[in-house]
Design a protein around this ligand. Structure first.
Ligand code: NAI
Ligand code: MG
Length: 326
């Protein structure tokens, strides 16, 4: 069975790390057909559109999408693309790898972030001069969906600790509904879980990340807590993510187009290759996903390493090392 994968490299180092992920996927014994689409600053400069209709269609029709990064047009590209694949869950693992200089070497966290509502619904207005509002939308449906997804993820990936992050003591209606709904999902399953106020959780994650595993979060909390965790494990070159929908999904590194190093051929491809590993899991190739993660981990530990990790290797050299280890 051939899997059609939309490949959207985008701008800057997206152009350098996306081919690295494709090389890794091509080294496996899985039948992929790659269809490339354009998006980002460069195509906007050419055509006036950051996300051309043709690229939307490629992503909508594919079995999954690999996206690199966009530059200044990132919001015009990634927010609509997440809608194109109808993703309700944003999965962001933050893991410390051996041999790297992580702030917290025992970190193994996965943020399961609600991807459609909360304050990111975009319902903002200026009531009058100097007074603005933002409407926070939390629904039972979306809360149940993300909690279901989070508990499933924990079970499938052998995480013992599940934490529901919230601020229901203040946002009694919205996070009250999120918390009640997520707790009901946990209780229905007879699952073990904790709940945590998101501000205190931020502190505990910095001091004792080893006490946590899967963290189920409303949208904004997931955005912020996962970036905080990125800081614990050694930086943006390492963090993959998945935007998961019912029938489609998009995989992207957490980092952007890195204009400061773009064109030099030294971007760390690990985040993008680990995103490809998440794509493999999603399509049911968990063994292949594990093989890719093992090869990346060995390369992160023993080298070659890119400059962001203290080495001097090129993106290509690191990618070759990963492919060789496969
Ligand atoms: P960034 O993630 O591009 O870069 C932040 C810092 O991390 C830079 O010093 C960069 O060199 C380094 N870095 C990031 N990824 C790396 C990698 N793979 N290897 C080695 N070093 C890496 O974030 P920044 O600088 O805030 O934004 C740059 C551009 O990227 C902006 O135009 C922004 O709009 C866009 N952006 C796009 C995103 C997306 O497409 N999803 C997400 C974040 C930013
Ligand atoms: Mg963010």
């Amino acid at each position: 069975m051939t899997h059609e994968i939309a490949v959207i490299p985008g701008d800057g180092i997206g152009q350098e790390v996306t081919p690295a992920a494709v090389d890794v996927l091509e080294a496996l014994d899985v039948d992929f057909a790659f269809v490339e689409g354009e998006a980002g600053d460069a195509v906007k400069a050419e055509t006036g559109e950051a996300l051309p209709q043709e690229t939307r269609e490629i992503a909508a029709d594919a079995d999954a999408t690999l996206f690199g990064a966009a530059g200044e047009t990132a919001a015009d590209v990634i927010l609509p693309l997440r809608q194109v694949v109808d993703s309700f869950a944003n999965v962001r693992p933050a893991i410390s790898y051996p041999g790297l200089d992580a702030v917290q070497p025992d970190t193994d966290l996965v943020f399961i972030r609600e991807n459609t509502e909360g304050v990111y619904k975009g319902i903002e207005s200026e009531i009058t001069d100097g007074v603005t509002t933002c409407t926070r939308v939390i629904t039972e449906d979306a809360s149940e969906k993300i909690a279901d997804f989070g508990f499933d993820y924990a079970r499938q990936n052998d995480y013992d600790d599940v934490t529901i992050a919230h601020k229901a003591n203040v946002m009694r209606e919205t996070d009250g509904l999120f918390l009640d709904t997520a707790e009901a999902v946990g209780a229905d399953r007879g699952a073990d879980y904790d709940t945590a106020l998101m501000d205190a959780l931020a502190m505990h994650l910095v001091m004792h990340p080893e006490d946590y595993g899967v963290v189920i979060c409303p949208n904004l909390a997931g955005d912020m807590l996962s970036d905080l965790a990125a800081g614990l494990v050694g930086g943006l070159g390492l963090l993959p993510s998945a935007n998961v929908g019912e029938d489609n999904a998009l995989f992207e590194p957490v980092h952007g187009s890195a204009p400061d190093i773009a064109g030099e051929g030294v971007a760390n491809p690990a985040a993008m290759i680990l995103s490809a590993a998440m794509l493999l899991d999603h399509l049911g190739y968990e063994d292949e996903g594990d093989r890719v993660r093992t090869a990346v981990e060995a390369t992160l530990e023993d080298g070659p390493k890119t400059p962001d990790l203290g080495g001097s290797a090129s993106t290509e050299a690191v990618t070759e090392a990963v492919v060789d280890r496969l």
